[in-house]
Design a protein around this ligand. Sequence first.
Ligand code: SF4
Ligand code: SF4
Length: 103
Amino acid sequence: MSRDSEFDCTKCGLCCRCLRDNPAVKGTKLEKWDRGDGVCKHLTEDNLCDIYEDRPLICNVRKQYYAKYADKMSLEQYYEMQDNACEILKKTFAARNKERFGL
Ligand code: SF4
Ligand code: SF4
């Protein structure tokens, strides 16, 4: 997903590879950008976004905070919530790889 300079994104690209698994994607541009296998058509081979400056709100961690969460929690709490979501995603994919490939 994002190369948000203030959110500690590891650029694993998983959030851009599991559009179908994310209920928040439904009805957004991202749903149409699914290239057919759950991967966003804007994800490059090196896990970057080829429309980074113009990526939608859902992909912009910081902007999304100010648009939707600023009145509900601090930026620090929001980043923590995002970090947890990334960790769940990473564990889910690790489990899937283990199941599929025995890795
Ligand atoms: S899953 Fe999280 S760490 Fe990985 S690219 Fe997306 S925002 Fe960054
Ligand atoms: S638009 Fe960019 S940041 Fe958003 S899912 Fe696609 S590749 Fe990832």
